[in-house]
Design a protein around this ligand. Structure first.
Ligand SMILES: Nc1ncnc2c1ncn2[C@@H]1O[C@H](COP(=O)(O)OP(=O)(O)OP(=O)(O)O)[C@@H](O)[C@H]1O
Ligand SMILES: [Mg+2]
Length: 524
């Protein structure tokens, strides 16, 4: 045993001697070149290839580094034994990450990829224009050489996609609104934002379940339809027109859509937009996976007046919609460039500009669909017209669940055994009451026991129905009176006797006058 230790010590001594000899004889540059050559030599025979993804690429931040970090956070919980935990700014979720200098095995299409998180201390430069982090961080990807064509770039694309979806899930979404009169915020951005925290979901939205499912299905198809839109040559966007009386849930529906898809909302205030080019710039600064909303499109801005002001001079008659004017007219083009026009708005949602960026949903809302220009309603313009109706019985059941905590089976049992529920069903259909008004009644009575709350609701519904019927009767009698008056006037005009006798008298008068005149003209 003693001999073994003696020979190990002498080998180590010899190695140390050779190393110091190498250091003193060969300069560092030469040693580095030799190391590189050896590395290449062994690399040539190795069956692996390596990719370094550094956090900072030159002077700019490497987007791929962040994406890999997020991507690994989705698989890290399964395979790695040591994880770093973090909660990004503005996020409501925790994410896992690979610890410093730790490894993780991932697989893609049946092949293996080994990731290593490499962290080394940075030697601080003597002078730098920008501060660098103390550590130099990066990921090293090791894959088999034979898999290179499989991994690059498909694996990287996959990583970017997964990372984007994780960041969307983790990051709180934003509600943007355009800055006042085309101004910009401190970073030169035309949109101001706040975190979007609206709690409305399709689950809490009170409307007919079948229609709700249709809309959810449509949204799901849209979000997963990249290939379909690409294949069919269509811009990856969809338009919804929500219409109905105030308080039927149009804005709640938009919030539910955003929460369902995980999209941001751009609430476009048209009164702050003055020209088509301003509108285009706003569109260009929206991100994909977003919902662009114009609320109350019928009254948010008077496009008709603006556009007719923009065509003041003859010979062209002032058209309400400039899109109807010949597009070749340069005068028109100049004036429409200086104002906001319907054609500009339609180009924004529908034309060439609508496809800058992708995966965008346009939502217009209105209380008065009849006031909208046919150009907006034309088929193909808005893909889906959704009527937000008064509260139906199925919608009422959703509100009862939301506000009173009543479960489906509890309501079904009540329906079967209790007259109150049946009365409610008839009353709610007759009352033509909005979900907003029902919510108000339920909020007021939510501290009472369920039966009393339902009775209170029934009373309100009956009062509504009564009021509605009285109003309808007054309106109908007023209408009848007007019709009768009109009828009388018409009869008076059409009555042949009165008319004829009047005419006869007039003819006599006329004849008399004519005779007189003739007499006057006769020579004496
Ligand atoms: N269908 C609905 N489901 C659930 N809650 C609703 C519904 N409709 C209205 N509400 C309630 O009423 C309130 C007002 O609804 P919302 O603002 O969505 O109506 P709206 O149709 O956008 O009205 P307006 O036309 O005045 O903009 C909401 O905060 C919500 O609580
Ligand atoms: Mg609204």
């Amino acid at each position: 045993m003693k001999e073994v230790w003696t020979s190990v010590a002498s080998i180590l001594g010899a190695l140390a001697f050779f190393q110091s000899l190498l250091h003193s004889v060969f300069p560092p540059e030469f040693r580095q070149a030799i190391a590189k050559l050896l590395h290449r030599f062994f690399g040539f025979f190795s069956c692996y290839c390596y990719f370094d993804i550094t956090e900072i690429d030159g002077v700019s931040t490497n987007e791929l580094y962040g994406a890999v970090q997020l991507y690994l956070s989705s698989s890290a919980s399964v395979s790695a034994s040591r994880l770093s935990l973090c909660r990004p700014l503005n996020s409501s979720a925790f994410t896992f990450g690979l610890s410093n200098n730790d490894r993780l095995v991932d697989s893609f299409s049946g092949s293996t990829a080994i990731w290593e998180h490499v962290v080394i201390q940075r030697t601080s430069p003597s002078f730098s224009w920008r501060p660098f982090p103390d550590e130099k961080r990066g990921f090293t990807l090791r894959i088999s050489k034979k898999d290179k064509s499989l991994f690059i770039p498909r694996y990287l694309d996959h990583i970017m996609e997964v990372a984007a979806s994780i960041s969307r899930r983790n990051q709180d979404r934003h509600l943007y609104t355009n800055c006042r009169s085309g101004s910009m915020d401190a970073r030169g951005h035309p949109w101001e934002s706040v975190p979007f925290k609206h709690p409305s979901t399709f689950d809490t939205l009170a409307m007919d379940p079948k229609r709700k499912n249709d809309i959810m299905e449509d949204l799901r198809d849209f979000a997963a339809g990249q290939n379909f839109y690409h294949k069919t040559g269509r811009a990856w966007k969809r338009g919804y027109l929500l219409y109905g009386p105030p308080g039927t849930g149009k804005s709640s529906m938009i919030a539910a859509m955003a929460n369902f898809l995980g999209y941001d909302i751009y609430d476009l205030e048209l009164t702050e937009v003055h020209t088509n080019s301003e509108l285009r710039k706003l569109l260009m600064k929206t991100t994909s996976k977003s919902i662009i909303v114009i609320e109350d499109i019928d009254c948010s801005v008077s496009l008709t007046n603006r556009s007719s002001n923009s065509f003041p001079s003859p010979p062209h008659p002032p058209s309400p919609w400039p899109m109807d004017e010949p597009s070749s007219s340069s005068a028109n083009a100049t004036s429409s460039a200086k104002s906001l026009t319907l054609s500009g708005l339609l180009n924004f949602t529908d034309g060439l500009w609508s496809c800058c960026g992708s995966e965008r949903i346009f939502v217009f809302t209105t209380n008065h669909i009849e006031k909208l220009d046919p150009a907006l309603l034309r088929s193909g313009r808005m893909d889906m017209h959704i009527y937000m109706n008064y509260c139906s019985f199925s919608a009422l059941k959703i509100l009862l669940r939301n506000y009173m905590g009543m479960e489906e089976n509890e309501m079904e049992a009540l329906e079967e055994n209790n007259e109150l529920m049946r009365e409610l069903q008839i009353a709610v259909e007759a009352a033509e009451i909005t979900p907003a008004d029902v919510s108000e009644v339920l909020i007021k009575n939510r501290r009472h026991d369920k039966r009393r709350a339902l009775e209170e609701l029934l009373t309100v519904l009956k009062e509504r129905t009564l009021g509605r019927r009285e109003r309808a009767m007054v309106e109908s009698s007023e209408r009848k009176e007007t019709e009768e008056e009109e009828e009388q006037e018409k009869r008076a005009l059409d009555s042949p006797e009165e008319g004829d006798s009047e005419m006869d008298g007039k003819d006599d008068e006329k004849q008399g006058m004519e005779t007189e005149t003739e007499e006057e003209m006769l020579p004496n």
